[in-house]
Design a protein around this ligand. Structure first.
Ligand code: 5AD
Ligand code: SF4
Length: 438
């Protein structure tokens, strides 16, 4: 076994989990393959929406050919999709050439099962559905996200939003210990990472599964104490748990970015209730006011959904109204997709053409907001953490983010990656900002 390829679908949690899988495979002496023809291929799947699932299924199907050409190749499917009711066996049946299927609590064993597959052609399906498994610590991550290091602070979710499959496939909330997080944070800084993003399905409820009173605000307070030039971001925050203490510590800590991802999902109280979100639009707007009061330049982003069961035109108008009022620097917009086993899947569904019309209008509305906010950047000077080089028409530039999370492209070369630059913004095009180093 000398090369591996990991195909990742879904959120940052999965991207980060793939870094753990890469760490395990590299520990076995493998290196990453540039092409599809690797000795070990791992699909890290997502099932948050139907299209995520279909994409993964389509790609796995393609690898039947690889197995024909290289019968010794080992193919593994891991991640959220495997953890759905009956999915493990269904996957094995649909894709008999797959060697290993592991649930979200079993991923760490991938090395062991690859060895079994190689030495004895042994096939494995292992899906543990304990909703509160112990957190696996001590695995080496092979980080692949440039200047940014992802750090998981908690796993799972207790919220059971009625549309969402996450609590079923990722189990209940489990927080990592303060020590484990601080150690990983220190290591990331020692390794030269200039940005750390704390990850959790609902970072604001960090620590709620323990009785020691050490919560997210306390964790941020500890992390804010580390000196040096680096940035801290976190995601995702749930509006129902977003407290004043967290807003205060973000506002008062120079290293914690004024950038908050706060999914509202819908602007209609009727729909929020049906979604089991535990806040009203007024509650949400009050939090936004608090954030803006303490951090006028905070970049606020969100997730929005259209076509949730029972959504009428006036509910959708309430969502558009929120978009206009809040002024999100970016919004991830989704058409509701029924997920098996979730309460909303058995509610009356909104016709697809209605959802389609709504999502187009929503995107147009958000684009108008983005353009307006982008123009406000023009003429200003912003501190940018350079992330990567981009090449267009033979011209090399550098791109990176402002503290508020906006992407900026400006003249420069690879030597700037990983450094902070002051950049004057000259031009805005939709969400993209262009400028020059000053
Ligand atoms: N259909 C559409 N979007 C969904 N999301 C979660 N579940 C669904 C679903 N069933 C969206 C939510 C969430 C984001 C990660 O994905 O907006 O915040
Ligand atoms: Fe899903 Fe809701 Fe949990 Fe987010 S908070 S992961 S949307 S159940």
């Amino acid at each position: 076994m000398s090369t591996y390829k990991i195909v990742t679908y879904g959120c940052q949690m999965n991207v980060h989990e793939s870094e753990k899988i890469a760490g395990i495979l590299r520990g076995m002496g493998m290196s990453e393959s540039e092409t599809d023809s690797a000795d070990v291929v791992v699909f890290n799947t997502c099932c948050i929406r139907d299209n995520a699932e279909r994409k993964a299924v389509g790609q796995i199907g393609r690898f039947k050919q690889l197995k024909k050409e290289n019968p010794d190749a080992v193919i593994a499917v891991v991640g959220c999709m495997t953890q759905q009711d009956g999915a493990g066996l269904a996957l094995r049946k649909k894709f008999p050439f797959v060697d290993i299927v592991l649930g979200t609590n079993n991923t760490e064993k991938i090395g062991e099962y690859i060895r079994d597959a190689v030495s004895a052609r042994k096939k494995t399906v292992e899906i543990d559905d304990d909703p509160k498994p112990a957190i696996a610590e001590g695995y080496p991550y092979y980080r692949t996200s440039g200047v940014n290091a992802w750090i998981n602070i908690m796993y799972g979710c207790n919220n059971f939003c009625t549309y969402c499959v996450v609590p079923y496939v990722r189990g209940r909330e489990r927080s990592r210990t303060r020590d484990a997080i601080l150690r990983e944070f220190e290591q990331a800084l020692a390794d030269g990472y200039k940005e750390v993003t704390l990850l959790g399905q609902n970072v604001n409820s960090y620590g709620n599964d323990r009785a020691d009173g050490y919560g997210f605000a306390e964790l941020l307070t500890d992390l804010a104490k580390y000196g040096g030039d680096h940035r801290i971001r976190f995601m995702t925050s749930h509006p129902k748990d977003m407290d004043e203490k967290v807003i205060d510590i973000v506002a008062s800590s120079p290293n914690i970015c004024n950038n908050i991802h706060l999914p509202i999902q819908s602007g209609s109280d009727k729909i929020l209730k049906l979604m089991n979100r535990h806040y009203t639009r007024d509650d949400y707007l009050r939090i936004i006011d608090r954030i803006r009061e303490k951090m006028p330049d905070c970049g606020i982003t969100t997730d929005l959904m259209v076509g949730f069961p029972y959504e009428e035109e006036e509910d959708f108008e309430d969502t558009l109204d929120i978009v206009r009022r809040v002024g999100y620097s970016n919004a991830f917009t989704f058409v509701y997709s029924p997920r098996r086993g979730t309460p909303a899947a058995s509610m009356p569904q909104v016709p697809a053409e209605v959802s389609k019309r709504r999502i187009m209008r929503l995107i147009a509305e958000q684009n108008a907001v983005t353009r307006r906010l982008s123009r406000e950047y023009v003429g200003g000077v912003y501190r940018v953490l350079c992330e990567d080089v981009v090449e267009k028409n033979g011209v090399v530039s550098v791109c990176g983010r402002t503290e508020s999370g906006r992407m900026v492209t400006f003249g420069g070369d690879g030597s700037l990656v990983g450094t902070f630059c002051d950049v004057k913004i000259n031009r805005a095009q939709s969400a993209a900002l262009f400028g020059e180093k000053v």
